[in-house]
Design a protein around this ligand. Sequence first.
Ligand code: THU
Length: 134
Amino acid sequence: MDTLALIEKAIEARQNAYAPYSHHKVGAVVVTDKGQIYTGCNVENCAFLGECAERVAIYKALSEGAKKIVKLAVVTSNKELSAPCGICRQVLREFNPKIEIIIANTDKKFKVLNLEELLPYSFGPESLQQGQDS
Ligand code: THU
């Protein structure tokens, strides 16, 4: 699926966003190394313990057996494109330190980034293995 098609899928997923508190609707789509596609939207709640669209999509993929995610597209209605939050960056890092990240808006303006740009000098699974004490 090409970039524009992924953005369209994320725009569709954004329609399901449950964001009655922030009114900031977000849609996401992830592509696995096997080419499978999973969508997500942000889901808020009254205790302000909501979940970002990116993590919903990632967790859907993981819970269905995916091991590696190669691409993420995330869409908001922001004129100035906005990138995934810090927690989502760390979660993305876990499943592919080189993941391609497409940030886009509902006008289909987009920019392609990679995780190293968003989370330089990151902490990953290998960092834990190296630091194990006996
Ligand atoms: N949000 C996302 O879904 N993804 C991000 O990367 C940043 C923020 C959501 C969480 C919350 O529902 C709303 O946007 C406002 O922060």
